[in-house]
Every structure is written in C-alpha cells, then in structure tokens.
Design a protein around this ligand. Structure first.
Ligand code: HEM
Length: 409
C-alpha cells in the first residue's frame, strides 16, 4: 500500500493489499501518518501521534459523535488486543483512510471497513479515548488488575443539586470522543470502532452534537449555543501552552505516571428548556449570563473580549459565578456541542448542550465550579443535567505505541 492514499483516492483501490495492511495493524499507522495529500486546510488531517491526544487543544471541529462503551469481557489480553487494533484504526481514520478493505476483498465476506467515509476528506477528525472509574473497579471487583493504577483525580462524581441523571446515559468503562467537520466522518469512526470491538465492548450510550458551543480559537468568531449566546469567549485557547500546562495537562508530579501529559474529561448531557427560554425577555436572558446577546460583552464592558468587571454582573449570573476571579483562578477547557434529539413525547424539543470539559484535576476544577453553579446559577431555571460521565484520557500515542499502553504495561 502506497503512503498517502486517502479515502478520496481510495475508490477502486485494490482491497487485497489493504486487508493485508489491516492485519498488520501497525503498518497502517505509518501509512496514516503519511496521509497529507488533502486539498483545503479545512479538509486536512490532524496528526494522530504526539505528546498529547488530539481533540483536546485542537481547534474545535463542527461535529461530534461521543460514545461511552462498557467492556463486556473479563479477559484483559482481549481488551489490550482491541485497544491496539483501535489505535491502528484510529490512526487510519484520522489520516483519511479506511481501516482495511472497504470496497474490495473477498466477495463472500463483509468488507473490513463499512465504507461510508470513502471519498470523504479527513475533515480534521480527531479521536480521543478515556478510561472511566469502572474500568479500574466495578462492584468492588478489580476486573483487569488496574485498581492500583486508578488516578486519585478520577473520582466518582458527586451528586449535584438539581441533577436528574439517567443511568442509561451516564458512565461507561471507556469513552471515545470523535470530532470532525463532517458528521459522516465522525459517525463512521465510532461505528467502525464499535464493530472492531465486537465481543469485547458494547456501546453503552452515545451522543451526536451538531454545533460547537465553545472555541479554542479566540481569534475566530465565537460560536453560539442553543440559547443564542456566544459561548466560549473566555475559554482556554489551544495555543496557550502556559494555560494548558497549568489547567489541562496532568503533570508527572500529579501522578500516576501513566497519566502525565493526559487530561480528565467530564461530560454532562444538559437539557435546555428551550420553550421556556424562548418566552423569556431579552433582559432576563442577558441577566442570566451577565453578558449581552448581540456583542457578547460582559455588563460594564464594551467588547466581547474585554476583561469582565465582575461586580457589574448580577450576583447569580452564570459568568459571575463561573469566572476564574471568583474561583481562586480555576479554569477548564470547554469543548461542548449543541444537540437536538427530536422531541420528548410532550411536544418539547429534547435539546441542549452536551458539555465537555478537559482539566488537570476534576476535584479542583469541575467539582467546585459545578457545586457553585448547581447551588446558585440563575440559569438553573432553564437547564437540567440529565447525563454524566468522567474519564481519564491518557497522553498521546507515541509511534509504535497504543491507546493506554502506559496503563496496561
Ligand atoms: C447548558 C449549560 C451551559 C450554558 C448554556 C453555558 C453558557 C455559557 C456562556 C454563554 C458563557 C459566556 C461566554 C464564555 O465566556 O464562554 C459561559 C461561560 C462559562 N461557563 Fe458556561 N454554560 C453552561 C454550563 C456550564 C457548566 C456546567 C460549567 C462548569 C461546571 C460552565 C463553566 C463556564 C465557565 C468556566 C465560563 C467562563 C467564565 C469566564 O471566564 O468569564 N458552564 N457559559
């Protein structure tokens, strides 16, 4: 298989060679790295290997498919084999390649790759893996001999006031966050990982997101959430290495060593009561955040990115409560998406924000922040947290390594 064969170019390519590549697994990784023959920058491939996993400080893509998996085997070796195969597949997908044969191979067998991404560019696909608390210990059982390696920061999240969490949309031994500028590319990746994992993992729940609600690129236009407000104005920028080191990447001193360079992700499915919000006056809407709806400037400030004069914002406004100045400097990297999953049977949109936040230690960041918001945020009249999960995302994969090699070695 020649280096740099993209999905776009792959139609008509010989499946036999690809199947051999799939069997080799690691071989595909190197092929994927070379996949730089893509047209516009927007179509480009995001490098899979590196010190940190892609999909955290990476400029936020337009679409999300987030999946939580349960491990359904007790066989540690099978799990490790699957993680190695997932890694090879993830490197292929993010490089714009199918994993194995998509449209060739034996006529009698299903193709290795399901094929719906053939001909599509990589669309800046990133795949980010996380390990949940239940992978380390479930019902008092050390299923895979990992209990001693569980990071102290990978806590079981406490119950917050107002939570109405659906267990079927919460938790998971593993998670994979797929982000891409094309939803079909993101969905293809999750679908094929689930397929590769057959017999080892099963999808516990998953969430599609269609509009980014946060940006890691402050120089670009800030996206808006389902309430119509700019969201992500004061997020951590993906280029701000100092802030990333301070607030996002786990350091070797934080322990355990296998998490150095990794990060902890908290995901919350937050339902937004759209119909109530839409009957709310502009003044009330703006007071809820302490920012204007048009420009997005904080009360008492002129422009969107001007410093926030906290004392000018209503005491129970979201921004006043969440701002670092009122929280001992605490910051998180938000990377959430809007969702609309049809209606709820009562004529209301099942819509909201799939909140995703990366951080160095949830005990010091998400938990205190959310405790404060759950207790006092004016926005609670219009939202409810209905799903939740926390996972430890290991550092990036080095060439020749695999997702979680530090944990399982
Ligand atoms: C549906 C739920 C939510 C909505 C609609 C929402 C919306 C917003 C908006 C419009 C802003 C102002 C613009 C900005 O700086 O990004 C903001 C800021 C912020 N939000 Fe949220 N948010 C939600 C949930 C949360 C949660 C659960 C947390 C954390 C536990 C959080 C933490 C923050 C932080 C840290 C800021 C930046 C504050 C600053 O530095 O000034 N938000 N949010």
């Amino acid at each position: 298989m020649t280096a740099g064969v993209s999905r776009r170019r792959l139609l008509g390519y010989s499946g036999a060679t690809l199947a051999a590549g799939a069997a080799a697994g690691a071989g595909l990784v190197s092929v994927a790295q070379a996949g730089a023959d893509h047209g516009s920058a927007d179509d480009a491939a995001v490098p899979f290997h590196g010190a940190h996993q892609a999909g955290i400080s990476t400029p936020v893509q337009d679409r999300l498919h987030f999946a939580a998996f349960d491990v359904i085997t007790d066989d540690r070796d099978r799990l490790v084999r699957m993680l190695k195969e997932w890694t090879a597949a993830a490197a292929a997908f993010t490089g714009g390649h199918p994993y194995g044969s998509a449209a060739g191979g034996l006529g009698e067998a299903p193709p290795d790759d399901t094929g719906e991404a053939l001909g599509l560019p990589p669309a800046r696909l990133t795949l980010t893996i996380g390990f949940g608390p239940t992978l380390f210990e479930k019902d008092g059982k050390d299923r895979f001999g990992l209990k001693a390696k569980r990071p102290a920061a990978l806590i079981d999240l406490p119950h917050f006031p107002g939570d109405d969490l659906d267990p079927a949309r919460s938790g998971g031994d593993l998670c994979v966050q797929a982000c891409a500028d094309d939803p079909q590319v993101a969905v293809h990746a999750i679908r094929n990982l689930a397929r590769i994992g057959f017999g080892v993992v099963s999808v516990r729940w998953s969430q599609l997101g269609f509009g980014k609600t946060s940006s890691t690129t402050p120089d670009r236009q800030t996206p808006r959430n389902m309430f119509g407000f700019k969201d992500g104005t004061r997020n951590i920028a993906g280029t701000d290495t100092k802030a990333l080191d301070e607030h996002v990447w786990a350091s070797p001193a934080d322990g355990p060593s296998w998490m150095a360079g990794g990060s902890y992700v908290v995901a919350r499915r937050i339902r937004m009561h759209i119909e109530t919000w839409d009957r709310t006056s502009l003044q009330e809407q703006q007071d809820t955040f302490g920012r204007t709806k048009g420009e997005g400037n904080a009360y008492g400030a002129k422009r969107e990115h001007d410093p926030v004069p906290l004392d000018k914002l209503p005491a129970d406004s979201h921004v006043r409560l969440a701002h670092p100045d009122g929280n001992g400097g605490v910051r998180i990297l938000r990377r959430g998406y809007s969702f609309t999953d049809g209606t709820d049977g009562l004529g209301r949109l099942d819509a909201g924000l799939f909140f995703i936040a990366f951080q160095r230690d949830p005990r010091k960041q998400f938990v205190p922040l959310q405790s404060k918001l759950a207790a006092s945020d004016h926005m609670n009249e219009y939202i409810q947290h209905v799903g939740s999960g926390i996972w430890a995302c290991p550092p990036g994969v080095r060439k020749g390594g695999y997702w979680g090699d530090g944990l399982f070695s």
